[in-house]
Design a protein around this ligand. Structure first.
Ligand code: SIN
Ligand code: CO
Length: 378
């Protein structure tokens, strides 16, 4: 069990998406959920996103090598770091650490990245466009965090997250159980003091680009969004697009944003998708309702695969859930049942039996198990 020691609601008010903060001993008696050799094992896999960053000896250049990796002999004892994304998808024992951060909504959660760093290893000074909680496990790392501002990109490359050195507003050595929270836009840089494992819990919200792309796809799919601009007055000069008309045309987009029936489906689909591959758990034989009832009677629990997002939109007047970018409609379920299903990652046997009593939910469970998005456990 991982239990945060700080007041999470006070944290949201004071720091979340606002200012970086060191949360000393945010976990008491922290135990690493994964060992270095297990992480190396994950980094061997083709479908798991991993990279090694090598810090050049002059500490001024960081070379990135994309995984998978078979062995690490070539990298030596110092100056490199292995980073593995979406470990929560592939390593169920890491889920309890993620659960500790469910005081923030699931739609915002991106992934758990785990890093193994050798002394003097690091990824260099950089800026992320997401919120991150960096949890220190084994070993020690020194972190510097600078203020928001106009930071020059290294080598003038505007697409690189790497920035020039910055004046720190936070300088700290993180020890086991300490957490550093960094909102988007704050430059930061970690330097490894002794062999270290750290955990980055990342959160991100969709960009305007992502929203508009998804919105356009959804309008096309539903043959909707055909409204065009009209006006009862025109500019006197033929070559001019009046300010009023510019605003009137753009208002067509703003109107879509005020009509839930126009945006909710696309928003539910977008927010329930995962950026990283999921470890889909397909059984050999599809299950039917009677078989599921039997295994529950025999004591089975039903678990969600790591990273799967199950969301309910508040005030959605359609009885449905959004799961992994798809819509699942459910008849004859209450709002409370929908919300409870979305909130619950693991259905222990008792809860599974209670949920099974509702036919629509029982059928949903059968479908989700057959799709490999939920699985049975003893
Ligand atoms: C790291 O562990 O060095 C990378 C984490 C981060 O900077 O977000
Ligand atoms: Co970062």
């Amino acid at each position: 069990m991982y239990q945060l020691t700080f007041d999470t609601q006070a944290f949201i008010k004071k720091h979340w998406q606002q200012t970086p903060v060191v949360l000393t001993q945010a976990f008491e008696d922290f135990v690493d959920p994964i060992a270095a050799d297990e992480l190396a094992g994950l980094a061997c896999e083709e479908e798991i996103s991993s990279r090694i960053v090598v810090t050049e000896a002059n500490q001024n250049q960081w070379n990135v090598i994309q995984g998978p990796f078979e062995d690490y002999d070539a990298y030596g004892e110092t100056h490199w770091q292995l980073l593995v994304q979406a470990v929560n998808h592939w390593y169920p024992d890491s889920q309890p650490l993620v659960d500790a951060f469910r005081f923030l909504p699931d739609w915002r959660f991106d992934d758990l990245m785990v890093s193994f760093a050798t002394p003097l290893g690091g990824v260099g000074p950089h800026i992320d466009n997401y919120d991150v909680f960096i949890i220190q496990g084994e070993g020690e790392r020194r972190w510097k965090v600078g203020n928001k501002g106009d930071h020059k990109r290294r080598g003038g490359d505007e697409n690189s997250p790497l920035v020039e050195d910055f004046e720190p507003i936070i300088g700290v050595v993180l020890k086991k159980g300490d957490v550093l929270y960094i909102p988007p836009g704050y430059p930061h840089c970690g330097e490894t003091l002794s062999l270290a494992i750290s955990y980055s819990i990342g959160f991100r919200a969709p960009s305007q680009q992502e929203l508009l792309t998804q919105l356009a796809d959804s309008l096309i799919d539903n043959n909707s969004g055909h409204q065009r601009f009209t006006s009862d007055s025109e500019a006197l000069e033929p070559g001019i697009v009046s300010q009023e008309q510019q605003q009137g045309i753009m208002q067509l987009l703003a109107e879509l944003a005020t009509q839930p029936e126009k945006y909710q489906t696309m928003l539910g689909k977008l927010l329930s998708q995962n950026r990283f591959e999921l470890d889909i758990c397909e059984g050999e034989e599809p299950l039917d309702l009677e078989e599921l009832q039997q295994v529950i009677e025999d004591g089975a629990s039903i678990l969600r695969i790591g990273g799967l997002k199950v969301l309910r939109l508040e005030n959605d007047n359609i009885s449905r859930l959004f799961i992994n970018g798809e819509v699942f409609a459910l008849e004859n379920v209450t709002e409370a049942e929908l919300v409870s299903f979305a909130n619950t990652v693991n259905l222990d046997n008792e809860l599974a039996a209670t949920m099974f009593d509702n036919l629509a939910i029982a059928e949903l469970l059968v479908e989700l198990i057959n799709q490999g998005l939920y699985y049975l456990a003893e």
